[in-house]
Design a protein around this ligand. Structure first.
Ligand code: ADP
Length: 300
């Protein structure tokens, strides 16, 4: 700021000296004084704007940072409220059934089995929720070191399909895989598998009974990109929901999600992992016809 002041003062002095010299020599001292005053004022105004500019930029940046802070604080507190609610619901139900059992239902074998089954279902829901929350927090805190190991996509996806065969069988859903053996991407394989598991599990969960789930890859943009698609022939998602699908705890139909054991976090985990892989996500869906989730990777 001091330099700016010196530069301005030097400019004012030179201009004033020049004007004064010219006009005084022409015998117009009053005009010389007036013109000098005017140039001093004009240059001072410019000088003031010049030094105030960085201050204004700083003020704007501070205001933006403030708004960002308020926004992230709001998101954080909404998230805490959501998590508390999601944890409280199964816990309340578990406590209720345990109390009923303690109050005498445990003496009746039929009721005992029924209530213990509910307690078991709610407990595994709690476990899944906590596991999903831990995955989310790990990814958000970037705890998994950056890795660029080779992932053999076909082999990886086959392993996931094998692990969820019981769920597919229980709904009589067929999974058809068509991925090139040579398809390799770089990154953390555990994360990749988690993303594919969430997409394939959803495709099975939201499929119609006896439906088919297709998993395949495609080359796009003259081979600059390669995608993996998970497509189902299930219930579909209407347009207005698609934009919000990847938000934490966003469910199109809460009762259906709960019935199929959903936590509402699966797709937000998918979004975070896709970001880690710098991949793009595309969703296409038609009600009662099915949905397709595409993860598009850049070929490096
Ligand atoms: P959830 O644990 O409830 O399945 P997700 O984050 O995985 O949570 O998905 C969010 C919501 O998106 C789900 O509740 C469901 O309504 C909808 N959804 C996700 N995948 C599909 C799909 N393949 N077909 C239809 N709806 C889907």
């Amino acid at each position: 700021m001091r330099i700016k002041f010196v530069i301005s003062a030097v400019i004012v002095s030179i201009v004033n000296l020049f004007i004064f010299y010219l006009l005084f020599n022409q015998g117009k001292p009053l005009l010389a004084v007036i013109l000098c005053l005017i140039t001093t004022i004009v240059i001072s105004v410019f000088w003031f704007k010049w030094i105030i500019k960085p201050v204004e930029i700083m003020k704007k940046q501070l205001e933006e940072a403030d708004e960002e802070n308020i926004k992230s604080e709001r998101i954080r507190s909404e998230f805490v409220a959501n998590v508390s609610h999601e944890l409280k619901t199964p816990l309340t139900s578990i406590l209720g059934f345990i109390e009923t059992l303690q109050d005498g239902a445990a003496e009746e074998p039929e009721l005992r089995t029924k209530f213990l089954d509910i307690v078991a279902i709610e407990t595994s829901r709690l476990k899944r929720l906590i596991e999903d929350l831990l995955v989310l927090s790990d990814i958000e805190n970037k705890r998994d070191r950056y890795e660029d190991k080779k992932i053999f996509v076909e082999k990886s996806v086959k392993e996931i399909i094998a692990s969820i065969t019981p769920i597919a069988k229980s709904r009589n859903v067929t999974v058809k895989l068509n991925i090139d053996e040579s398809f390799i991407i770089l990154g953390n394989e555990d994360r990749f598998k988690q993303m594919m598991l969430n997409l394939i599990e959803n495709a099975i969960k939201y499929s119609k009974v006896s439906g088919t789930v297709y998993i395949f890859n495609e080359y796009l943009d003259d081979g600059k990109k390669v995608s993996i698609t998970v497509r189902d022939e299930g219930i579909g998602i209407s347009k207005e929901h698609i934009e919000r699908l990847f938000e934490r705890f966003y469910r199109v139909d809460k009762s259906r999600s709960t019935k199929v054991g959903g936590t509402g976090l699966g797709l937000s985990i998918v979004k975070h992992i896709a970001n880690l892989f710098e991949a793009e996500l595309k969703v296409e869906s038609d009600i009662n016809k099915g949905s397709s989730f595409k993860v598009i990777f850049s070929v490096k």
